[in-house]
Every structure is written in structure tokens, then in C-alpha cells.
Design a protein around this ligand. Sequence first.
Ligand SMILES: Cc1cc2nc3c(=O)[nH]c(=O)nc-3n(C[C@H](O)[C@H](O)[C@H](O)COP(=O)(O)OP(=O)(O)OC[C@H]3O[C@@H](n4cnc5c(N)ncnc54)[C@H](O)[C@@H]3O)c2cc1C
Ligand code: FES
Length: 508
Amino acid sequence: MAEQAQPQGPDLTQGVAVGTIPDGGMVGGHVGDESVLVARRGEKFFAIGATCSHYSGPLAEGLIVGDTVHCPWHHARFSLETGEAVGAPAFNPMSCWRVEQRDGKVFVREKAKPPARLRGGGDHPQRIVIVGGGAAGFAAAEMLRREGFAGSLTMLSSDDAPPYDRPNCSKDYLAGNAPEEWMPLRPPEWYGEQKIDLKLRTEVTAIDPKAREVTLASGASLPFDRLLLATGAEPVRLDIPGAQSTHVHVLRSLSDSRAIIAGAEKAKRAVVIGASFIGLEVAAALRAREIEVHVVAPERAPLERVLGAEYAAFIRALHEEHGVNFHLEDTATAIEAKSVRLKGGATLAADLVVVGVGVRPRVALAERAGLKTDRGVVVNEYLETSAPGIFAAGDIARWPDPHTGEMLRIEHWVVAERQGQAAARNMLGAKRRFAEAPFFWSQHYDVPIAYTGHAEKWDVLDVEGDIKGRDCLVRYRRGEKVLAVASIYRDVENLAHEAAMERAGAGG
Ligand SMILES: Cc1cc2nc3c(=O)[nH]c(=O)nc-3n(C[C@H](O)[C@H](O)[C@H](O)COP(=O)(O)OP(=O)(O)OC[C@H]3O[C@@H](n4cnc5c(N)ncnc54)[C@H](O)[C@@H]3O)c2cc1C
Ligand code: FES
């Protein structure tokens, strides 16, 4: 997460030679004290803000795909023409400037007015209800209003906080390096301004697809014309003695993260059970708080199953360099007030325990409503469930993925947000297939890993560059087909792979 950098590069108001910007290329510079980039597509030039509205990623180091620019850090997408944030995780638009071509040069002129919203109208439903106030639920609500949906919009969330940046709960926020202002996806007053009736601490207990209403834990019921189910996943809890003690935590919500922070303020030694992405990010955050950290996990090497042996060795060494102690091929058998006992015989001192052993999709509501489920809620290419008018998105959705040809269910932030956006458009009748390539990132100290695609199993793993040198692109292949790539500081190549996957999947 970068601080706003001082603008660098040429003064774009003085003009840039047309020949210095290749088709599909861009050049960064400034207009006054704002960083701006000029992008070229064919004979057309665009000028757009250069600092991503998500977490300030440098867009000039990203990729132009069609009429959009993609951010190198977390792959947000912006329209070059209008600056609109057309693909999550960014939601705020970028500024655009008018450009003029004269005497073989492109000049950036005054800032363009945001385009008037022409969307809306159409044969929209009257009442939309969203169950879930997380990534998918928020992105859907935001997109519904952006698309001009003017009917009643209710978001029901069992959480006690308005939608927030969940990935940060195990990263900078947990480490104490992110201010509170970074966490909400929108300020509380935004929901009122957008006429989104956000009801927090509200559990939905039943859905009646025929009567088209949901029932709340309070007994109240709410009618809908379209429903989005976005109930996410819940952490698996351990079934061992002591797992219910107050110093033992799971991490799903902001209040879980705050509870761990409160525990960390008094703790000297922590045991993290599970070497999952979340477990390892928690380990890193607790090391940043100078707590002794032990990670206990049954696998031979952390994340080997997801990223392969080479990455796993690097990740282990990276965490060890930062003082994390691993107890691999071992499991916890009991948690006591000041220690954790392991199957292998060791006893580890711990006044804080965090369990990160995976999640289960929250599908109970869908099952009770008679929707088709299969280790997730089954949806079609438009993210509609087996009940017409009821859509599902995010961690619960199992969708037909055109890239693998398989029914996939994935637990990634950007996938959940993009599915929320796609479901929103389809609830309004767009009939657009969800065909985006899955993407996630994970941060370990100063090392970001970006992963695009999906490879549960692969035959060949090619390492280009050097994993240990923190400059690599790893390809996971089955036969000739690249199923996924995972990179460190090779963001443009990662974005190019994503674009190629999406081009290939577009006809599928
Ligand atoms: C700590 C942490 C760090 C992560 N880091 C990353 C990362 O770096 N990169 C990445 O790609 N992914 C990351 N993820 C995963 C990512 O956050 C999830 O994939 C994403 O949040 C899924 O979005 P969702 O909308 O499906 O579910 P959620 O965001 O979990 O939202 C579900 C919502 O549904 C509500 N709900 C559930 N049941 C009911 C009910 N019956 N009635 C009313 N409301 C209900 C919940 O309260 C919640 O508001 C992380 C997850 C966690 C927990
Ligand atoms: S900083 Fe651009 S997508 Fe996150």
C-alpha cells in the first residue's frame, strides 16, 4: 500500500511525441501536481489518472486490454474513455483529461467532466434483496445503483460492521500498520445516500423461492423480486480440548481481527494452527507485533498443495527469516491456558492461539430453500441458481468456469466482488456470462504473490526467473495448457496471462 507519490515524468501539458507511445502502450507523467498517464489504442489517445483508486497502485506499470487499463497490484480495471472502475477491487472512478493531437504530439488539456449517467430505466425489477454484507454483497449493491437500478434495495448482513476490506483483517490492519479509515469499503452515510437499506446484525433464517420472501431471525419477512445470496464462508473450528477457550481465535470478520489484536496486546507467544494463506498472514502480522510465533500444520511444507514445492520452500524460508517457527507434519491435540500440545509430543507455550484451518461455504440457507447445491450453491453462467430470480455469488457459488471447463467454487476476494458485479447486471436483465479469470493475491512481509487462474493439479511447473530472488513467474501446466500463473514482482506478465485466459474463454 503506497503513499501518494510525488508526480514524476514529463509535464504532459507540453505534449508527448506520438511516435514514443506504441499501440497498446502508455507513458506516465503529470499535469500540475497530479500523476497522469497517456495511453494509446490504435490512433486514439486517452489521459487518465495514474494512481489506482483502490490502494494507489501505479497504473502506468499495468496493462492496457481493449479500452481498459488494468492495475498491476490487485488487477482492478478502469475504462480509458470514462475512468469508470469497471472491474473490482476498485470502485471509485479515475479522473480523465481531454487530449489533443497536434504537430505529431499528444497534449493533455483540461480535466474532463465525469460522463453523465445514461444507464437505468429498462424493465427493472422493483425489489432486490441481498443476503450478505461482504465482498459479493457490497459489490452487487454498488453496481445495482451504478447501473441505474432505482427500486428498493435491501442488504441484510449478520455482521456488526458495514462492508469492509476483509483481506486486510489478516494483513496490515492486524499488523497495526493500516489505519481504521482503510477498512470500510464505503463510509456509513453512503448507504443512506444511495438508498441502500443496510441492516446489520440481521440473520436471514429462511428463503421461500415460491412466495419470493426471506424470513429473518426476528420472525419478520421481506419480499423480493430478485435475490442475491452472498453468505460467504465460515471458518472451520477445531474439535480438540480447549478449542473453545477465550484466548483461541478464528479469523473471518473485522471483530475477529480486533479480538486477535486485543489478545496480541497482552501476548508474548502465539501458536497459529494451520499454514493456510490466512494462517501465514496472521503469523507475519504477529511477528510485526514482535510476538514469538509458532505455526503448527500437518503438511510437509506450507502452501505446497496450492503453489508447489519450490514456492513452499521459499515461503517457509521467508517466514523463518522473520522469526516464525514451524512445526510441520504435526497437529495440535489440546489447547491449555498457557500452552498447546502437539501429537508429535511437543508442548508449545502460547498465550494466544489463532486457528486458520480452512473455511466451509455457508450453504445451509440455500439447502433449506431447496436450491441445487453441490459443495456450494450451484449457479449457471449468469450466476443464477436453480430457482429463477435467485442468484448466488462469492465463496458459496459453484459456477461453470469456461477456462477449466469445470464447475468451480473459489474463495477469493476479487472473484467474489466481480461475481457480485456480474450478478447485479444479470439481475437487471443483462444476460452476461461470468467468464473472468480467477485472481488472488497474498502478502507475506514485503513479498506480494499474485495468482491468476486455477490449478488444483498440474503435470508441469515452469519457473521463469528466480523465486528466492523474488522475481519470478511460475506457470502451472497440464500438457500444453497453462492453468495458472503465480508471480512475484512480474505483474505485467501476470496481467497478460489473465488477458490471454479471458480472450481464450470468451468464445467458450
Ligand atoms: C482474514 C481474511 C483474509 C483474506 N485475504 C484474502 C486475500 O488476500 N486475497 C483474496 O483473494 N481473498 C482473501 N480472503 C478471502 C475473501 O475475503 C473471500 O473470498 C471473500 O470475502 C468472499 O466474499 P463473500 O461475499 O462470498 O463472503 P463474505 O465476504 O464472507 O461475506 C459474507 C457475508 O454474509 C453474511 N451472512 C452470512 N450468513 C448470513 C445470514 N444467514 N444472514 C445474513 N447475513 C449472512 C456475513 O455476515 C457476511 O457479511 C480473505 C479472507 C479472510 C477471512
Ligand atoms: S491498488 Fe490497484 S487494484 Fe489494488
